[in-house]
Design a protein around this ligand. Sequence first.
Ligand code: NAP
Length: 276
Amino acid sequence: MSDKIKKAGVVGWPINHSKSPLIHGHWIDQFEINGSYEAIALSPEGFTSGIRTLIAQGYQGCNVTIPHKETALKMADTISNQAKAIGAANTLVFKDGKIHADNTDGIGFINNIKQGAPNWLASDGSALVIGAGGAARAIIHALLEDAVPKIIVANRTIEKAAHLAAFFGDKVSAVPMGQIGKMLNETQTLVNTTALGMTGQPELIIDLYNIPKTALVTDIVYNPLKTALLTQAEERGLQTVDGLGMLLHQAVPGFEAWFGARPIVDKALRQIVLAG
Ligand code: NAP
């Protein structure tokens, strides 16, 4: 085993709130890797030179978070199909002085559902995606890759939903938030990708009376873990998956690329992140 320390981190501005050091630190300990993963504050002005410094210092790569996700894509030498479609990167891998940019939010979303609801298939029926921001974009791309037959995007600002529908093509259409109730009877996968339901934000109010009993409801908000949407879905006997696992699963590909071991997302990791 090489005794050279493998280094990675998460770059953002601000960065103190990031849970990524807890996640990667847990896996580094678990695999007894001679490695480190730290939070690195880089301002927008200092981002490009900061990344070059990390490369010069022998870093394997890094996660990138707000506000650098688009800039990271611009400075990359190669870009994964996901990152290209999403228009933003959250994972950079450095090799031979070059930067490869990826976006793992979509795969994190899908793998979280597959772990929480093993019988779920995107291909089972239509998805209703609420929200049209960066996370929605990643999720729509991932659902389409997973053979969902149809997606309806509902958003407060309808123009943003229409823009996503036009970008992703025939299988995706846009409706205003007020139309959600009418769409529920044909929904097999319901996803909240808005900030609604998060601590300090208003709740997302939807009456799920009309949704099929076989539908799955998931929320990518994870603070609180059980949003009002998930509580109502559970009370109606629907399958639910909370949003914490998306955060954990999106970290897997980066860890594997930097440290050479594929970690698993388990209850112990959830507890560590919830307590942190
Ligand atoms: P974003 O690009 O800023 O998009 C925010 C979305 O929320 C937009 O669709 C926005 O609608 C909607 N929204 C915000 N406030 C609203 C309100 N009061 N009423 C109705 N709609 C509202 O953010 P994002 O990156 O997509 O993230 C969205 C949420 O997902 C955040 O809470 C974030 O923490 C969470 N997230 C979780 C994970 C995870 O791993 N679990 C990953 C990424 C993001 P408009 O277009 O009308 O403004």
